[in-house]
Design a protein around this ligand. Structure first.
Ligand code: ADP
Ligand code: MG
Length: 294
């Protein structure tokens, strides 16, 4: 990992506390206070809040009786990898949208790194979102930009300089297996490659929290394995990762925490999931998914 690049980028970001200027290095400000310049990220980890995400009795009603989420209560801690599972319409994307602050809870609380999202004023939302990496089922890449520019653009909007971008990009391209594709346009890539670009873009600024809503929803099983391995690797490198998925076979085998939803309600929250009620198994696919590829 390019720890120094990540450090300088995080330090350059305006804090979640909402200040519109980058905090001074000594300012004990932000919610997700990035590692200080020059220190190792692991040494700083304990200074970050343990509760990255907290839902307390959070509900979302979409107008006339459409229940998106009903009294959801859970805590996700630093460096966890958590799967949200459940059939279509069960509330997975509603949780994601609440976390992005695209929608507000009808009742209850949603906190990220200890901060109630209701307290973040509208004009500060872009600064808040710089702390999140977000990946969607349909990639959402800029079609007229190359792989390099798609990722560079994401860094640019966080205030990174060209020099920082040039220093960061090779590392993120390597991590995501895109080093040979940097000049390609999205339409020249496979679905799996496009999703890698989307993940590279989401992770480029090393956000403390990465959200992926059905990241393998449009991909074949073999390609999906590669995407899950990549998200696993990102989590192992210290990022809290939340993934919505209805692929029970794969979620099972990741052996990570599973929050299961039905019609907006949490019906299960298991530490190292066996989604579908099966016993934890040690199989080849599970081993592959959890293998750390350098
Ligand atoms: P999932 O992501 O698990 O498929 P969603 O969170 O998208 O589920 O949806 C949960 C419920 O909320 C569904 O019943 C859905 O119809 C409803 N819903 C989601 N978005 C809206 C909306 N914009 N307007 C009305 N109802 C909505
Ligand atoms: Mg959804």
């Amino acid at each position: 990992m390019a720890a120094t690049d990540a450090t300088s980028l995080e330090a350059a970001q305006p804090a979640l506390s909402g200040s519109t200027h980058p905090p001074a290095a000594s300012e004990p400000s932000a919610i997700f206070t990035g590692p200080r310049r020059g220190s190792h990220p692991r040494a700083q980890a304990s200074a970050r809040p343990a509760r990255v995400v907290e839902f307390r009795g959070a509900s979302k009603l979409y107008g006339a009786g459409d229940v998106g989420l009903e009294r959801a209560t859970f805590v996700i801690r630093r460096q966890e990898m958590v799967f949200l599972v459940g059939p279509t319409g069960s509330g997975k994307s509603t949780i994601m949208r609440l976390l992005i602050k695209e929608i507000e809870p009808s009742e209850g609380r949603v906190r990220v790194a200890g901060r109630d999202l209701c307290e973040i004023p509208r004009q500060k939302i872009p600064f808040y979102r710089r702390n999140l990496g977000v990946v969607f089922q349909d990639f959402k890449l800029l079609p007229t930009r190359t792989v390099y520019d798609n990722i560079a653009y994401a860094l640019q909007v966080t205030g990174a300089s060209r020099k920082q971008i040039r220093a960061t990009l090779p590392e993120i391209l390597r991590l995501t297996g895109l080093s040979t594709k940097l000049h390609s346009y999205p339409h020249q890539l496979s679905g799996g490659e496009q999703q890698r670009v989307a993940i590279a873009r989401a992770f480029a600024s090393h956000p403390p929290l990465l959200l992926a809503d059905e990241p393998t929803g449009n991909l074949d099983p073999e390609t999906s394995i590669g995407i899950m391995q990549l998200l696993y690797r990102i989590n192992r490198a210290g990022t809290t990762v939340i993934i919505a998925s209805h692929d029970s076979g794969m979620v099972d085998r990741m052996r990570r925490r599973v929050i299961e939803l039905r019609r907006g309600r949490i019906v299960r929250d298991e530490a190292s999931g066996s989604y579908g009620g099966r016993e934890e198994s040690t199989d080849e696919l599970g081993e592959r998914l959890r293998r750390e590829v350098a």
